[in-house]
Design a protein around this ligand. Structure first.
Ligand code: F6R
Length: 612
């Protein structure tokens, strides 16, 4: 969750850290802080609240130095106060630490530091104490060795950056189940949670692997394993530039990212057909013959990615004829799922760093299942451990509420479904080429929806104060009902829930009363008439209905719903969710703006969930 960055070898290190933190703020934003080496001592400034408070404090509380580390926090241990904000120092103020993750045995470690005074309630502070004690020992080791010794005592997940006043141009970093990258450019050493923070300086980075530790100095970094032997981190190049991580005139990242969907979907589809009707995956470290034997698929994901997986299930079962279970990643490894070497796991994660999804995929792999990752971040933890990768080439997604990642994930699922159909000999090359060619119409259709949002704004204006909204859908409309409800609740804080429309009569319809709002996702297709019946049932009980449909279903919907918003007919029914979700993304956005909510950084959330 939290974002961390370190810079050494630049006179403007503190400014650089602040601007890096701005790009990392989506990882957590309840407090932030920076520490720099100033004349052989550590100077710290930290504040609870948004980064602007830190920025203001740095304006008055001037901090300079060419080496420093910074942090933006999503609180786990201890409330979001100034004291609990990172960096944390040892009692003498010579060692500073920033941390993303959870040190699970911190209470035990604190107890062992008998009598030591702690300035915060965090799990992190104990690390600074322990490193300082190692350094203070007679013949104490250097910072790298001191940190390495301390790591041997830590249990849990961490990306750590450690600074010592005694080695003023060195930052020591370590990784265990939380992302951490390092980079070196002319005379400058850098480290951060992810590339968004470093993109201003370089497009070439190296991702540390679990158990690795690195010493970052001006212009260089050295990587070691947990025994202190030299090791190799994984180098990778980022294919997006700084402008992709900026708002470019949009009021919010969320709106910008909604509007980027035509290009994001086009990029995700690009080059998938090798010209002979065979699908191309980005990385394939798995024998295609192995995939032909697959008799069961698990799709594992969280949140919005889970909803994309629900749309993926329908496509895989339809085209490839393989039974698919979609499962919340955080539940998967705590039961006894039946997994064999003929089970394929598809792990979907925008960030590729969601701990639950990574752990669930690892759990399945340990039982022999191959894993295909669908992810948006090259070099992320999930993509490195997976046996095959299909990238959603959506570019950086900064808004906490996921939009362009979702539509590209569905497109990736469609591509993967066709790939599996081929492996199973259930689709001819000509059929695959034909479907892919039809999917190429999607970007143009998406553009038509997002560029004319007048009706959606009007609906947001009309319903913005409705306290509870029920979303219903069937078949390919059901994942969109779930996603529409999630978008609305996370950005506007209004209560919203989704149900399969056919389940209404089994309980949820009891919630409907005059004044209720039901959003019905009812695209044209084989379940359309059943959706119309469900709409009539809720209207008969006094609910207002906002129907999301396709152009060919407009007339039929207008006879039954209070407000009808339609999208163009999709080039294939299974691609309909890519279009029907768009009005609901925009609806959630406008309701949130009208209610004055913090659209890009909703309360209590963080973009990348690296703790369980
Ligand atoms: C909602 C949202 C989250 C993420 C979820 C998984 O708008 O963004 O629900 O979808 O935290 O994140 P990834 O896809 O990075 O694994």
């Amino acid at each position: 969750m939290c974002g961390i960055i370190g810079v050494t070898g630049r006179a403007s290190a503190v400014d650089d850290i602040l601007s890096g933190l701005r790009r990392l703020e989506y990882r957590g934003y309840d407090s932030s802080g920076v520490v720099a080496v100033t004349s052989d001592r550590l100077g710290v400034v930290k504040r609870s609240g948004k980064l602007d408070r830190l920025s203001e404090a740095l304006g008055t509380d001037v901090l300079t130095g060419s080496t420093g580390i910074g942090h933006t926090r999503w609180a786990t241990h201890g409330a979001p106060t100034d004291d609990n904000a990172h960096p944390h120092l040892d009692p003498t103020g010579r060692v500073a630490v920033v941390h993303n993750g959870i040190i699970e045995n911190y209470r035990l470690l604190r107890a062992e530091l008998d009598g030591a005074a702690f300035a915060s309630e965090t799990d992190t502070e104990v690390v600074a104490h322990l490193v300082a004690r190692e350094l203070d020992a007679v013949d104490g080791p250097d910072l790298l060795e001191a940190v390495r010794r301390v790591l041997g005592r830590l249990e849990g997940a961490y990306a750590l950056c450690v600074l010592s006043a005694d080695e003023p141009d060195t930052i020591v970093v370590a990784r265990q189940q939380a992302p951490l990258i390092v980079a070196a450019i002319d005379g400058v050493g850098l480290c951060a949670s992810d590339v968004a923070a470093l993109i201003e300086y370089t497009d070439t980075c190296a991702a540390l692997l679990d158990g690795q530790i690195a010493r970052v100095r001006p212009g260089s970094y050295e990587v070691f394993d947990r025994n202190g032997d030299p090791a190799q981190a994984e180098e990778f190049t980022v294919d997006w530039d700084l402008s992709a991580a900026e708002k470019q005139g949009y009021e919010h990242f969320m709106l910008k990212e909604i509007h980027e969907q035509p290009i994001a979907v086009a990029e995700t589809l690009l080059g998938r057909d090798d010209g002979a009707g065979r699908i191309v995956l980005d990385e394939l470290r798995i024998d295609p013959a192995e995939l032909a034997r697959i008799d069961k698929v698990f799709i594992l994901a969280a949140g919005t990615s889970l909803h994309a997986g629900m749309a993926g299930k329908i496509a895989i079962e339809h085209w490839a004829g393989i039974p698919v279970e979609v499962e919340v990643a955080s539940e998967f490894r705590y039961r006894d799922p039946i997994v064999t070497d003929r089970t394929l796991v598809i792990a979907i994660s925008q960030s590729g760093e969601t701990i639950d999804t990574i752990a669930a995929a690892d759990h399945a792999r340990a039982q022999g299942a191959p894993v295909v990752a669908i992810s948006n971040v090259v070099g992320s933890t999930l993509t490195r451990s997976a046996d095959a990768v299909l990238y959603t080439r959506a570019g950086p997604e900064i808004a906490v509420a996921s939009t362009k990642a979702f539509t590209t994930q569905i497109v990736a699922c469609l591509v993967l479904a066709l790939y599996l159909a081929q492996r199973k000999d259930r689709a001819f090359a000509s059929e695959v080429s034909d479907v892919l060619a039809r999917l190429d119409e999607l970007p143009g259709l998406i553009r038509r929806v997002v560029e004319d949002d007048t009706a959606i704004r009007a609906a947001a204006e009309r319903f913005k104060d409705v306290g509870y909204t029920m979303f219903i859908g069937r078949h390919a409309g059901l994942p969109i009902a779930y996603e529409g409800a999630l978008k609305l609740k996370e950005v506007s804080y209004l209560h919203a829930e989704a149900f399969p429309a056919g389940e209404m009569k089994h309980g949820p319809i009891a919630l409907i009363e005059p004044g209720s709002l039901v959003v019905a996702v009812a695209h044209d297709g084989h379940v359309f008439s059943k959706m119309v019946s469900n709409i009539q049932e809720v209207r008969a009980r006094g609910a207002s209905v906002l129907a999301i449909g396709t152009e060919s279903s407009r007339a039929a919907l207008e006879a039954h719903a209070d407000v009808v918003i339609t999208v163009p007919d999709a080039p294939h029914e299974l691609a309909t969710p890519v279009l029907t979700v768009l009005p609901l993304q925009l609806y959630a956005y406008y309701v949130a703006v009208l209610r004055g909510a913090d659209v890009d950084q909703p309360r209590n959330l963080a973009k990348t969930v690296t703790v369980e």
